[in-house]
Design a protein around this ligand. Structure first.
Ligand code: SF4
Length: 128
C-alpha cells in the first residue's frame, strides 16, 4: 500500500470536501504525514537534491489539487509502439509504484508529483 510521507495541497483545493477526505484517510494510516499548502499545482522539486533524491522525494509525496483540463484524454498512438490509440478517464496523475525497470518516473517529463484530484465529480460533466 502506498503511504505518502508528504502531502501538498493547492490553495484552490484546500476547502474541497474530497481534500478533507483524502487528508483524513492518509492521517488515519500515517498520523505523522506532513501537510503543506502550495501556491499552484506545479510545485518545484527540491533543487538541493540530486536526481535520485528528487525521485524518492517525488515518490513519497502526493499533491492534492483540482484538475483544470478535461478528465477524459485520448492518446493518439503514433503506431508501431505497444500503446494503441486509447481514451482514458483520469482519476489521478502519475503512479505511486517504484518499479525498478520503469523509465516513467525517471524522465524529466514525468518528474512531477503524483496528484489526487479534489474535483473528480467534474468527470461526469466532461462525459456529457
Ligand atoms: S512500471 Fe512504472 S508506471 Fe507501471 S506500475 Fe511500475 S512504476 Fe508505475
Amino acid at each position: 500500500m502506498f503511504i505518502p510521507k508528504l502531502i501538498q495541497v493547492t490553495k484552490e483545493a484546500k476547502d474541497d470536501a474530497l481534500t478533507k477526505e483524502y487528508l483524513d484517510r492518509c492521517r488515519s494510516i500515517y498520523p505523522k504525514v506532513k501537510v503543506v499548502y502550495v501556491e499552484n499545482s506545479k510545485p518545484e522539486l527540491p533543487a538541493h537534491l540530486d536526481a535520485a533524491g528528487r525521485y524518492h522525494h517525488m515518490k513519497g509525496t502526493v499533491l492534492i489539487c483540482r484538475r483544470t483540463s478535461s478528465f477524459i484524454e485520448t492518446f493518439e498512438s503514433p503506431g508501431h509502439i505497444v500503446e494503441r490509440m486509447s481514451t482514458m478517464v483520469k482519476s489521478v496523475f502519475n503512479c505511486s509504484s517504484s518499479c525498478e525497470f520503469c523509465y516513467l518516473g525517471k524522465t524529466a517529463l514525468r518528474q512531477q508529483y503524483q496528484r489526487l484530484y479534489s474535483n473528480i465529480d467534474d468527470r461526469a460533466r466532461n462525459v456529457k
